[in-house]
Design a protein around this ligand. Structure first.
Ligand SMILES: [Zn+2]
Length: 97
């Protein structure tokens, strides 16, 4: 994914509610590092809701990861794309799976 450009701004706005959920989770997640990577805000955290086997979680363009391994980021960046398109509907789709 490329960094956001002006034409992607509406998608980032559309996914903003999701991103805010991700930022709210930071209150629990104990963040300890952040960088902008491939159009997403990648935040290293110590805890992720859902159990200790959960290594990564994406909310909008906010990606929470315990380890920044390439394969995990590739996986999470797919969820970023999905949420830029689906917005809050992503949670419905994800819940149905
Ligand atoms: Zn996934």
């Amino acid at each position: 994914m490329k960094p956001p450009t002006w034409w992607a701004a509406p998608l980032y706005l559309w996914a903003l509610p999701n991103a805010l959920i991700g930022l709210l989770i930071l209150l629990y997640a104990k963040p300890h590092g952040v960088n902008w990577h491939s159009g997403a805000l990648v935040i290293k955290v110590k805890r992720i809701p859902g159990g200790r086997w959960v290594l990564g979680q994406t909310h909008g363009f906010v990606v929470l990861v315990k380890e920044g391994t390439a394969s995990l980021l590739v996986h999470e960046f797919v969820h970023v794309k999905q949420q830029l398109v689906l917005g809050l509907l992503f949670y419905l789709m994800y819940g149905v799976q």
